[in-house]
Design a binder for this molecule. Structure first.
Ligand code: C2E
Ligand code: MG
Ligand code: MG
Ligand code: MG
Length: 285
């Protein structure tokens, strides 16, 4: 190690930086390997509609079945993948697997079920995204409204670059949600100018509802804004009936969170579609 450092002036002056770069390269290679070895999988978290009182959709969330470390979450995958074009390959895998799975559920009798897929900014910038999605929908003969894409507000900062991408997706008939709404820097004009269908209120604003009056005010303001702009709203991170109650009273459209279910493996979803509405009946009355 000392000998190595002596040979490498860069490392001598920026050891931390070099270590970080090497670490990222190693992780990138591991991720590439994981993709080839088919070690990624998707877990799914239900969306409960306060309008129909049913499970209307599920969000696909990536996991990595690591041969040594066990089941890893997106934090171990996405940041490294986003630092390279690997995110496009992994993202395409996620889209393909999500479409395969939603087709199966729809064929198995859940004909209206929708699937939401998280999309990184680098995927939106990729010119072949629309074509890729169009071909997937064709391959699985899925209607465009069976797929929803979730983008974060950082994707809206440079409106001009992403507006074309988002408009092409809208032309396909795909709905776009803004994920983690309220935590980024989107100016309100982008809500007006971009083809957005849904806001997902970030869980940080939900966490202390109904005890924190500021968080309650923020959630209420987001819902009022969304209603005026004709946008659907999903509240993320719902863990208690009190939170669900508060949001239902404000006219929130959908709930997502541990109160309904944690993200689960796909084989549990048909059971949850039946079970959750039963359990929520007590809440409704
Ligand atoms: P997200 O899209 O905002 O997903 C919601 C996250 O909140 C999930 O974490 C979910 O497990 C967690 N969550 C849901 N309900 C609750 C709750 O009631 N309480 C608490 N404390 N947490 C809850 P997860 O699965 O670790 O995903 C983290 C993030 O990773 C996602 O945030 C999303 O931004 C990203 N991600 C996941 N899968 C993908 C993917 O395929 N592609 C991309 N680009 N990003 C992904
Ligand atoms: Mg999401
Ligand atoms: Mg979110
Ligand atoms: Mg998040």
């Amino acid at each position: 190690e000392a000998k190595n450092n002596g040979r490498n002036r860069y490392a001598l002056y920026h050891p931390a930086l070099k270590q970080k770069a090497v670490h990222y390269l190693t992780r990138e290679r591991e991720l590439h390997h994981a993709l080839i070895k088919d070690e990624f999988l998707l877990h799914y978290q239900p969306h409960f509609s306060l309008v129909t009182k049913k499970i209307t959709g599920v969000e696909a969330l990536i996991r990595w079945q690591h041969p040594v470390k066990g089941l890893l979450g997106p934090a171990e995958i996405i940041p490294v993948a986003e630092s390279s074009k690997l995110i496009v390959e992994i993202g395409n895998w996620v889209l393909t697997e999500a479409c395969r799975q939603i087709k199966q559920w729809r064929t198995d009798g859940h004909g209206e079920l929708r699937i939401s897929v998280n999309i990184s900014i680098r995927q939106l910038a990729d010119k072949s995204l629309q074509q890729f999605i169009a071909e997937l929908l064709y391959q699985y003969s899925l209607p465009a409204d069976s797929l929803e894409l979730e983008v974060t507000e950082s994707c809206l900062q440079n409106e001009l670059i992403y507006i074309t991408s988002l408009e092409q997706l809208e032309n396909l008939g795909i709905a776009i949600s803004i994920d983690d709404f309220g935590t980024g820097y989107s100016c309100l004009s982008s809500l007006k100018n971009l083809p957005i269908h849904r806001l997902k209120i970030d869980q940080s604003f939900i966490k202390n509802i109904p005890h924190d009056s500021n968080d309650c005010a923020i959630a209420a303001a987001i819902l009022a804004l969304a209603q005026k702009l004709n946008l659907q709203v999903t509240a993320e991170g719902i863990e208690t009936y009190d939170q669900a109650d508060f949001l239902a009273n404000l006219g929130c459209d959908e709930l997502q969170g541990y109160l309904l279910s944690k993200p689960v493996s796909p084989d549990l979803i048909p059971y949850l579609i039946k079970k959750i509405p039963d359990r929520m009946k007590a809440f409704n009355s």
